[in-house]
Design a protein around this ligand. Sequence first.
Ligand code: HEC
Length: 106
Amino acid sequence: MKFNLKYAVIGCLAASIVTPAFAAGSGADTYKAKCAMCHGADGLGTTPAGKAMKAASFKDPAIVKAPDSELIATATNGKGKMPAYKGKLTDDQIKSAIAYIRTLQK
Ligand code: HEC
């Protein structure tokens, strides 16, 4: 009985560690939670915060053409008024958020 309980506790701990990693898999969720307040659900940057800070429209040809690596670097290190997400989001979360932005450019 003691043994079973121990394994049950380890099982719960493992599950609680694994869960956030699953949540991080969705770029759409990350984008909606962290980016949409400025960039807008449609990525056009027309929210009040986006307008105030002059957030670029993701449909801007320069951003459509920019390689993923550049957009990832911007989200990681920040640029102008764009906040840096280094340490706040994992590399995978940033990557999947950028992948989601690509879907908004179509
Ligand atoms: C507080 C408002 C704000 C939030 C939140 C925000 N951004 Fe931005 N973002 C900006 C602004 C302002 C710019 C324009 C920066 C510039 O060109 O000076 C920008 C620009 C960008 C660019 C384009 C960079 C380029 O090369 O011109 C990308 C990509 C980007 N943001 C991604 C993200 C992602 C991903 C998130 C969420 C993890 C996010 N942003 C959250 C304000 C924000």
